[in-house]
Design a protein around this ligand. Structure first.
Ligand SMILES: Cc1cc2nc3c(=O)[nH]c(=O)nc-3n(C[C@H](O)[C@H](O)[C@H](O)COP(=O)(O)O)c2cc1C
Length: 219
């Protein structure tokens, strides 16, 4: 599944991952929980030399308190972005730093997962309603790492699904948090009433809204 990316960043701004520049990194394989593990990503890398690969969402709790090594990957996977789930700026900064020490090329914050478990932890899609907090999270991570810190979000949540809501969210996270790259999942999420699987299929796709945002963000 390919990522629908709106690149708020000026394509010629020169941010470069090892061996791949950001413009070509627009071709990426989306983060997919229970799918894009290190084995799947290794396979994807055989299929494409340059695609930016995303991990599944890894929570800050798992990295900090978990028993396994949740940051393990194969060197061949580069360029590789770690998708983090969390909403505590201190924990996110700590995990981002650990990840960059391990060689990750980008840190991506998940603001799109709608599962109940994730909402109880106050992260994922429900953070769309807390743009100021997301900005603080991004700023905290940017403070301690020198790789791109990006955000993946939805076009809206529940009844907060207007274009203005999306623009306000992106503007706040961009202006206050310093985030220059957003990946927009072109479906809204219902935070209650739909399972995560249904939230991937039932809310209709709205690509024109993403294209509109992308167009606006370059002006
Ligand atoms: C099985 C599955 C797992 C997913 N897990 C994640 C995830 O961990 N993090 C995330 O940001 N998006 C996740 N997504 C969403 C995808 O990254 C992507 O945005 C979406 O599948 C695009 O498809 P659509 O345009 O048909 O909605 C997942 C999607 C699927 C199908």
């Amino acid at each position: 599944m390919l990522n629908e990316t709106t690149d708020i960043q000026n394509a010629s701004s020169g941010d470069v991952l090892e061996g791949v520049s950001y413009p070509s990194a627009r071709f990426s394989v989306a983060p997919m929980l229970d799918w894009t593990d290190r084995h799947c990503r290794y396979f994807h890398r055989i299929l494409s030399k340059n695609a930016l690969l995303y991990t599944e969402m890894v929570t800050t709790g798992a990295i900090i308190h978990g028993k396994g090594d949740f940051l393990a990957y194969n060197e061949e996977e580069h360029p590789l972005a770690l998708q983090l789930g969390g909403s505590n700026p201190v924990d996110l900064a700590h995990c981002a730093k650990l990840a960059v020490e391990r060689g990750y090329d980008e840190i991506n914050l998940n603001v799109g997962c709608p599962s109940d478990r994730v909402q109880n932890g106050r992260f994922g899609a429900c953070l769309m309603g807390e743009a100021e907090l997301v900005a603080q999270c991004v700023a905290a991570m940017k403070e301690v790492v020198d790789v791109p810190v990006t955000v993946k979000t939805r076009i809206g949540i529940d009844d907060q699904d207007s274009y203005d809501f999306l623009v306000d969210f992106v503007r706040t996270v961009s202006e206050k948090g310093g985030c220059t790259d957003f990946t927009i999942h072109a479906r809204k999420a219902w935070l209650s009433g739909l399972s995560p699987k249904e939230n991937r299929e039932i809310p209709p796709l709205d690509y024109p809204r993403v294209y509109q945002l992308k167009k606006t963000s370059h002006t």
